[in-house]
Design a protein around this ligand. Structure first.
Ligand SMILES: NC(=O)c1ccc[n+]([C@@H]2O[C@H](COP(=O)([O-])OP(=O)(O)OC[C@H]3O[C@@H](n4cnc5c(N)ncnc54)[C@H](OP(=O)(O)O)[C@@H]3O)[C@@H](O)[C@H]2O)c1
Length: 240
């Protein structure tokens, strides 16, 4: 197997993916400047003659354009459609990773608090490794799926997550429900850059309206088994 290092911001040419039949494109997690990178990779894949492209997108992106985490993926999915041609394309809309909650677990176990502005909004999520394994299974499938697939495992409110962390850690963990401005101020006060605090506060607000919620069963289907639960994730995390 050959490993080639590429910088999405500076691809060496339009034929950079020549000889690759199936490509799984994971965009970066940058909060700015991603749209051009994504377009360059998608266009190069089409020009290189890639047969099947899976783009890692984000849950419910088109339905929630106000979610700052969705914006670049909405654009990329349009680029995908515009460049498809003979290339089969799939937008793999992944839900939140359990791992995104790692920092909050620290607060939960040390302060006994989880801070939120998402009220009773539900977050449909799964372990990152399960998302990766299921994505690889789709990439290698005999009959490549096209269109849109949504990967989620367990659906929980922040309050349910806080309770589960408390149970696993053997501590009282309370959910502290804040107004969006208070949440943002708290993050900034804890050293989070204002731009980043603004993004994640908006995500909490969008979560109230269902931006991170789905009842899709496609993750379990692609895995051929039940995905890891949040309880299992927390116990493994706390045991590290
Ligand atoms: N986190 C979630 O819950 C979630 C859910 C759904 C979708 N997504 C999407 O998944 C994508 C990745 O998110 P993540 O949380 O997995 O982020 P991540 O862990 O930071 O992974 C991003 C990857 O991109 C690589 N990278 C950074 N700059 C690059 C460049 N210029 N050229 C090529 N590769 C570059 C990084 O390589 P290095 O490690 O070498 O820097 C890293 O392997 C994002 O688009 C995000 O929106 C995330």
């Amino acid at each position: 197997m050959a490993v080639v290092e590429l910088d999405y911001q500076n691809l060496p040419g339009d034929d950079v993916f020549s000889g690759i039949d199936r490509l799984f494109f994971i965009p970066t997690a940058a909060l700015a400047g991603r749209q051009e990178e994504n377009r360059a990779v998608i266009e190069a894949a089409a020009k290189s003659g890639v047969g099947y492209l899976i783009y890692l997108s984000f849950i419910n992106s088109p339905e929630f354009p106000g979610n700052p985490l969705a914006v670049d993926h909405i654009v990329a999915e349009k680029d995908l459609e515009a460049n498809a041609g003979d290339m089969k394309v799939l937008a793999l809309r992944s839900g939140y990773y359990f791992e995104n909650f790692a920092a909050a677990i620290g607060d939960a176990t040390t302060l006994g608090k989880v801070f939120s502005a998402s009220k009773d909004g539900v977050i449909s999520q799964a372990a990152r490794a399960d998302m990766a394994e299921a994505g690889a299974n789709l990439l290698l499938a005999d009959a490549p799926k096209t269109g849109v697939v949504t990967f989620v495992g367990e659906s929980l409110t922040k309050e349910q997550m806080a309770t589960k962390v408390g149970e696993a850690a053997g501590k009282d963990v309370a959910l502290v429900e804040l107004e969006p401005e208070q949440l943002k101020e708290g993050m900034v006060g804890a050293g989070v850059p204002e731009f980043v605090a603004d993004v994640f506060t908006k995500v909490d607000v969008e979560t109230r309206d269902g931006a991170l919620q789905s009842d899709s069963t496609e993750l379990a289907e692609a895995l051929g088994r039940a995905p890891k639960t949040f309880d299992e994730f927390i116990r493994e995390f706390l045991a590290q």
